[in-house]
Design a protein around this ligand. Structure first.
Ligand SMILES: Nc1ncnc2c1ncn2[C@@H]1O[C@H](COP(=O)(O)OP(=O)(O)O)[C@@H](O)[C@H]1O
Ligand SMILES: [Mg+2]
Length: 235
């Protein structure tokens, strides 16, 4: 019964509407896979998550394997100019991870997270792990291992996973959704020639959550979720 249920500790995401959809925020110390096609909002959501944490005393770190740190900072500063101050005051750090080898990447993630004492950690994206290995089994093993590595740090983690446009699945390697405690999928849906943005919380450990597709928008303030709205208004 509701009254006997143990209250779990939660952390606000910083994304308007998402905490309501999660019935109060992300459970502590979990790893969430944020998955979607290019342009679906994964980087925007993840930066909002880090900026919110940094503004509330939790240091955040973003590991980028693809986009330059300068591009990520520039895009984030368009919807929240405080990003530059947060970086200057050492509350937020964007780290470019060179694609050299898997062990160097793990060492970079571990050492940089330790040095900052990061409480929120984002890795963008696990798809780049395929640069380190010739076979899918090794890629899958690496994704599981990095997820466990983040989990052991007692931080909130986001793994970003990219799905090729037009594919109706949650992950590229078939393991990302199992490596994470939670899965948030972002969509760019096409209906009658117009594109609609949507989000679905596919799973989230230790909490009830909204399960339907929810409309989202990317505005000049970042990504906004509308948990009480219907995705398509049939008129
Ligand atoms: N101020 C804005 N207003 C509306 N849409 C925006 C704005 N800034 C960015 N976008 C949209 O957000 C998308 C970028 O999202 P991003 O988080 O980088 O996606 P992903 O990381 O999933 O590839 C762009 O393709 C653009 O359509
Ligand atoms: Mg991105």
């Amino acid at each position: 019964m509701e009254t006997t249920r143990k209250q779990i500790e939660r952390e606000p995401t910083g994304v308007p509407g998402l905490d309501e959809a999660l019935k109060g925020g992300l459970p502590k110390d979990i790893i969430t896979l944020v998955t979607g096609t290019p342009g679906s909002g994964k980087t925007t959501l993840s930066m909002q998550f880090l900026i919110y944490g940094a503004q509330h005393g939790e240091k955040g770190i973003y590991f980028t394997l693809e986009e330059s740190a300068a591009d990520i900072i520039e895009q984030a500063s368009l919807f929240d100019p405080s990003v530059n101050d947060l970086i200057a005051s050492n509350m937020l750090k964007i780290v470019e991870v060179p694609i050299v080898d898997y062990d160097s990447m793990k060492e970079t993630i571990s050492a940089e997270s330790d040095a900052l004492d990061a409480k929120r950690i984002v890795i963008d994206s696990v798809n780049y792990f395929q640069m380190f290995f010739p076979d899918i089994i090794s890629i899958r093993r690496a994704i599981m291992e990095v997820s466990l590595m983040l989990k052991s740090r007692h931080a909130l983690g986001i793994l970003i996973g990219e799905i090729p446009s037009g594919e109706d699945k949650l992950s590229t390697f078939g393991v990302e959704e199992f490596a994470a405690d939670g899965v948030i999928a972002l969509y760019l849906l096409e209906k009658q020639g117009t594109f609609t943005r949507a989000m679905r919380i596919v799973k989230m450990r230790n909490t009830d959550h909204i399960t339907k597709f929810m409309p989202i928008e990317i505005t000049d303030k970042g990504l906004v979720v509308y948990p009480n709205a219907e995705l398509f208004q049939d008129v």
